[in-house]
Design a binder for this molecule. Structure first.
Ligand SMILES: NC(=O)c1ccc[n+]([C@@H]2O[C@H](COP(=O)([O-])OP(=O)(O)OC[C@H]3O[C@@H](n4cnc5c(N)ncnc54)[C@H](OP(=O)(O)O)[C@@H]3O)[C@@H](O)[C@H]2O)c1
Length: 377
């Protein structure tokens, strides 16, 4: 296993971290036998960072992990888990969740604690409830060792949050298709410049990049390269990346990813591989139903609609043939006022769009396509 220093901490983290969100399941529940084997095998092969959270696997991930880490495994890894900020109404709620998480994980401290899934309104909630003041107390009394946040908002908010507090680390969604999405490459570089270590989530875009279809599959097949291998090395090749979390759903995937993280040249990306990635990115972008280039000339919208974000979510849902992906970002990680549904068809943006996109016509259609319908979740 290769390791990298975790920012200013005296801790070398394995370059492959274990994301405890995608365990194999049996009849809708974590397959405990298989998943325990995976956790033990990962640790025996040198993985020393496991990322979980309150809601994963219908709120069972932490509990499962606490059991899987008995018999001395707990001491061999750092545990990262997260405060489910959306449930917090007052500071005492933070204590309730953290204390419960300590019990579930059968530990007296969380090594890496994150404010889960920040975007604009959730960050406002963090500030209004003064969750950072609460977190400082939990650090002082030893229940939390390092404090960070995971992020799903825009780059500008990301930079504001980085500037706001002396964070020990942060976690962003990032892969070669998300260079301009959420924190993106600019965010990664900004955090690095500010000495905040970055943990990567969704390196394979939740698995979509591992299973290319149609035209994209043809590019990979012709190259003779493995899309998983290249996606990981694209990330490890960046000095700004501290560790990459992988959600693995089988022992076979674990073995493959450990093999990659074990290689002496794990972080080298050849010119040929870079060229294939460029072709793949171009081919995905050509599948975009809306020709938005994310230039943001259309902004600000007088209603506050984040027009490029809505187009991006819709395009992603279509090109990966994964409407739930778009819906989850639209409903859970986008302010209601920034959603396509808030458009009043004033048309002010259309004069500014260099691509002449019929924005007012598209917004209600995108809203209709991405809004969760009753009973859907
Ligand atoms: N804080 C947050 O808001 C947040 C959000 C998302 C994720 N996370 C964390 O970040 C971790 C990583 O994100 P992620 O789980 O989305 O990672 P990911 O690597 O983008 O996607 C995981 C999926 O990739 C596929 N995969 C992994 N290794 C593979 C291999 N060797 N060959 C083929 N397919 C492979 C599997 O898909 P199949 O199951 O389809 O085979 C797996 O379920 C999560 O597990 C979680 O801990 C946090």
């Amino acid at each position: 296993m290769n390791y990298k220093q975790f920012g200013r901490l005296e801790f070398d983290v394995s370059v492959l971290g274990f994301g405890a969100m995608r365990f194999p399941e049996k009849e809708g529940k974590i397959d405990e036998q298989e998943s325990t084997k995976m956790i033990h095998s990962a640790i025996e092969h040198g993985v020393n960072y496991i990322d979980t959270a309150w809601p994963y696997h219908k709120e069972m991930s932490e509990l499962f992990l606490g059991n899987a880490l008995k018999k001395g495994y707990r001491d061999k890894v750092k545990i990262a888990t997260k405060l489910p900020c959306w449930f917090i109404e007052k500071q005492e709620d933070c204590d309730t969740y953290l204390n419960n998480q300590l019990k579930r994980l059968k530990t007296d401290h969380i090594d890496f604690y994150l404010l889960h899934g920040l975007f604009s309104s959730r960050w406002e909630q963090v500030l209004s409830i003064k969750m950072l003041d609460w977190a400082k107390k939990a650090i002082k009394d030893g229940r939390i060792e390092n404090l960070g946040f995971s992020f799903h908002g825009t780059y500008s908010l990301f930079a504001d949050i980085i500037d706001y507090y002396d964070w020990d680390f942060c976690q962003i969604q990032y892969n070669y298709m998300n260079e301009d999405f959420q924190a993106g490459t600019k965010g990664l570089e900004y955090a690095y410049k500010n000495e905040v270590p970055v943990v990567i989530m969704e390196p394979l875009l939740g698995g979509l990049l591992a299973n290319p279809q149609g035209k994209i599959k043809k590019i990979w097949d012709a190259s003779g390269l493995n899309p998983v291998d290249v996606a990981f090395r694209w990330l490890w090749n960046k000095k700004e990346v501290t560790t990459v979390l992988s959600g693995m759903s089988s022992l076979k995937q674990l073995e493959q990813n450990i093999n990659l993280a074990d290689k002496p040249d794990y972080d080298k990306l050849t010119i040929e591989e870079n060229k294939v990635i460029e072709q793949v990115v171009k081919a995905y972008k050509e599948l975009n139903p809306v020709p938005c280039t994310q230039c943001e000339y259309c902004l600000p919208c007088p209603q506050g609609v984040n027009i490029p974000r809505n187009f991006n979510l819709y395009n992603q849902a279509v090109i990966y043939d994964h409407i739930f992906l778009g819906k989850s970002h639209y409903n859970w990680h986008t302010e209601e006022s920034a959603r396509a549904g808030a458009c009043i068809q004033c048309g002010e943006c259309e004069e500014k769009c260099p691509q002449n996109i019929k924005i007012s016509e598209l917004m209600p259609k995108i809203h209709e396509a991405l809004l969760f319908k009753e009973g859907e979740v």
